[in-house]
Design a protein around this ligand. Structure first.
Ligand SMILES: Cc1cc2nc3c(=O)[nH]c(=O)nc-3n(C[C@H](O)[C@H](O)[C@H](O)COP(=O)(O)OP(=O)(O)OC[C@H]3O[C@@H](n4cnc5c(N)ncnc54)[C@H](O)[C@@H]3O)c2cc1C
Length: 325
């Protein structure tokens, strides 16, 4: 049986941030992930200045694709606006592997199935043992499933369904476009360029609200790709999107039981307005580490529920003044 003081299940942004902070404090920790990194993770790869700050990222020294936007182009059915706000894009394939390596933590490739407590320890699949356990396994996190689900059933109405594709593309428009509520979509679509000729396009919406309208995400995806062709943003590409669903911020408020913590998507922390989950994943991973190392409180109320203050964003777009969170 392999033992570590802290075991982190999941090596995405939540898990690697937690491990990075723990290793900085000299804590013995181990990450377990079912996939070998670099691995593909469906995600537009938009990151906020808060992520850069929390990760103490030196943008100039980051060795992979990193693109900054000094405004976002918001399109609504009848109007559009362009708030001046500094945001960034990365490729998750590169970013996650880099963060994991930077954490300095050992990584085991293993699919976690069962987690149980034995005295003051947690035992995973009868193969791993630890005093502290961090659930960072995303939407289907086994720590959530085994220890937290009863206390925190997921709120169906907070589930979003998505379709997206990321591919090499020699784009001519390097701005980030977002289209909201087109044809009643309870969500939005995106066009997110990456540095050095990559693009990510996708669409997401609340599953229950789509169902209530007898609607499905697929026709919205087809409408999006036709619109991208018509606007000449993407031409001549044979789209092959992949789907994924996850939960935005809802009622998952019990995020610590004993010495077990839930972080990132496992806790359903993506923002309510934009379904932005990287920032909350990083922040919660760091907070879990601080709670383990120096007994800091692990209080998810300190993590923002929304990416933007819509009113301030609109005002800054009208006045052409920079918006910052
Ligand atoms: C289409 C789409 C677009 C998105 N776009 C954005 C965006 O632009 N910006 C943004 O901020 N957020 C975005 N998000 C949300 C964002 O991707 C997530 O919120 C974020 O990845 C959460 O990080 P995490 O570390 O909690 O989980 P994850 O990144 O999902 O990492 C979880 C890890 O756990 C591992 N794991 C899972 N189960 C097991 C198991 N049983 N055993 C061992 N390991 C396991 C997985 O392999 C994975 O590596 C998007 C999501 C989707 C689906």
């Amino acid at each position: 049986m392999r033992s570590a003081d802290v075991i982190i299940v999941g090596g995405g942004p939540a898990g690697s941030s937690c491990a990075w902070r723990l290793k900085q404090q000299g804590v013995d920790c181990l990450i377990i992930d079912r996939e070998r990194f670099p691995r593909h993770k469906l995600c537009a790869g938009w990151i906020t200045p808060g992520v850069v700050e929390d990760l103490e990222l030196d943008i100039g020294a980051y060795p992979h694709r990193f693109l900054s936007f000094n405004k976002l182009l918001f399109h609504f059915p009848l109007l559009g606006f362009r708030p001046l706000t500094m945001q960034h894009s990365i490729r998750r394939y590169e970013f996650d592997a880099w963060l994991l390596e930077r954490s300095g933590a050992p990584v085991e490739t293993h699919t976690v199935r069962t987690v149980c407590s034995e005295g003051s320890d947690y035992v995973i699949d009868q193969r791993f043992r630890c005093r502290y356990l961090v659930g960072a396994g995303g939407t289907r996190c086994p720590v959530y499933r085994n220890l937290f689900r009863k206390a925190n059933p997921r709120a169906k109405r907070k589930q979003v369904v998505t379709l997206e594709e990321e591919f090499p593309y020699d784009y001519s428009d390097d701005r980030c476009h977002l289209w909201f509520f087109d044809k009643g979509l309870p969500g939005y679509a995106w066009y997110v360029p990456k540095a050095a000729g990559y693009i990510n396009v996708g669409i997401g919406g609340f599953a229950t609200r789509l169902k209530e309208r007898n609607d499905d995400i697929k026709p919205h995806w087809h409408r999006l790709t036709r619109m991208l062709e018509r606007k000449r943003l993407i031409r001549g590409h044979d789209f092959a999107p992949k789907g994924y669903s996850y939960y935005v911020r809802g009622n998952v408020e019990c995020c610590r039981i004993g010495n077990a913590f839930l972080t990132g998507d496992a806790a359903g922390l993506a923002t309510k307005d934009m379904a932005e989950g990287i920032g909350p994943a990083v922040r919660s991973g760091l907070m879990a580490a601080d709670a383990i190392v120096n007994g800091a409180s692990y209080d998810l109320q300190r993590i923002a529920r929304k990416s933007f203050d819509a009113r301030r964003l609109a005002v800054s777009a009208l006045l052409r003044t920079p918006y910052s969170a």
